[in-house]
Design a protein around this ligand. Structure first.
Ligand SMILES: C[S@@+](CC[C@H](N)C(=O)[O-])C[C@H]1O[C@@H](n2cnc3c(N)ncnc32)[C@H](O)[C@@H]1O
Length: 334
């Protein structure tokens, strides 16, 4: 794959690259029509993150039920110095799915104490990274930001081309859990292939735990996760200029213990149909589901299996006191 991107200098410490689709990937419209005309109906979770979706995700992170962000942040707060020590000499941090980069601040702080300057490369499909990059630059002297707007795989290829030096890659928030397990294995394998000897990956895994805690986290009492899920329909309605009525759907999320994953669905509340540019009628019966996201919950065995199949060595790992979440530092030794 040869990735194409455009470059923009936002200021003397902030450069922005935008990965060009180049026709090799489906567009939003193609993916949505394919997903809604398949059986069962699905939608790719990467489309949650328009501006409203990114803002709603930030709100989810501060709901009392969503322990994921708070717990990972508490581990990062305690262990960032150890993480920086284990990556001495590196001045390059690349983050996949960086979002608001709030938790990243602990890592940047620890690295900046060790190096006079640090290059931070946030990668995200959402333009939220422009706002978060600017906010980091006003708070951290010695920081240089090179944002890449694009999908994980192409963007990491671009980052590796732009910066040849040894790096620490961050993949936080248990975003690896949004891949089905065979795809998680394939993705980590590709990520590992893009890493050079001496590079490291700091990756967060949400662990299997009491089902009530899991179910509550994706069904918060304020209904923010429901809004986040329904916002995907608002995006489709807007981008297709469609008569789709999101009020015909409701949010449903539950832990599927056989698959070790939270599943998010949009359930049709009635029989109805709508059309999307040339797709023909997309029909729903009452109770039909659109499967919008999986969020896998991991055991130690699953984590160790993923690392070893990607050819990465877990050098250190940290959990919180409740054993809710695990952060692993994985190294590329060969
Ligand atoms: C669950 S949020 C996590 C944000 C942040 N890392 C955290 O831990 O709070 C996932 C982030 O990844 C981005 N994202 C989702 N799918 C992506 C993809 N295929 N390529 C690049 N970014 C993606 C989203 O825009 C969003 O900012």
């Amino acid at each position: 794959m040869s990735v194409k991107y455009s470059k923009e200098t936002l200021n003397d410490r902030f450069t922005l690259f935008t990965v060009e689709n180049g026709g090799s990937k489906n567009t939003f419209a193609e993916d949505v029509i394919a997903g809604l005309t398949s059986d069962p109906k699905t939608l790719p979770p990467k489309y949650f993150y328009d501006n409203a979706g990114s803002e709603l995700f930030e709100k989810i992170c501060s709901t009392p039920e969503y322990y994921v962000t708070r717990t990972e942040a508490s581990i990062l707060k305690d262990k960032s110095e150890n993480i920086a020590d284990a990556n001495k000499g590196k001045d390059l941090i690349v983050e996949l799915g960086s979002g608001s980069s709030i938790k990243t601040r602990y890592i940047l702080n620890a690295f900046i104490k060790q190096n006079s300057s640090v290059n931070y490369v946030p990668i995200d499909v959402s333009e939220i990274l422009i706002q978060s990059g600017n906010s980091l630059l006003s708070d951290f002297e010695g920081l240089y930001v090179t944002g890449i707007i694009g999908e994980y795989e192409e963007s990491i290829e671009a980052a590796t081309k732009i910066f040849p030096q040894p790096k620490l890659i961050l993949f936080l928030g248990s975003s690896i859990g949004n891949f089905d397990l065979p795809h998680a294995e394939e993705f980590l394998g590709k990520l590992s292939a893009s890493m050079r000897k001496g590079d490291s990956l700091l990756i967060g895994f949400d662990l299997v735990k009491n089902e009530n805690v899991l179910n509550a986290a994706y069904n918060d009492s304020e209904g923010v996760t429901a809004e986040f899920n329904l916002n995907l329909l608002r995006r489709i309605k807007r981008e297709f200029n469609s008569e789709l009525n999101e009020d015909n759907f409701e949010h449903k999320a539950h832990f599927n213990s056989n698959e070790s994953r939270i599943e998010m669905h949009l359930i049709s509340k009635c029989d109805h149909s709508f059309s999307l540019n040339g797709s023909g009628e997309i029909k729903f019966r009452k109770g039909d589901s659109i499967h919008t996201e999986n969020s896998y919950k991991f055991t130690d065995e699953m984590i160790r299996g993923l690392a070893s199949s990607a050819g990465l060595t877990i050098s250190e790992s940290w959990k919180d006191e409740n054993n809710y979440f695990e952060l692993c530092l994985m190294n590329k030794d060969k």
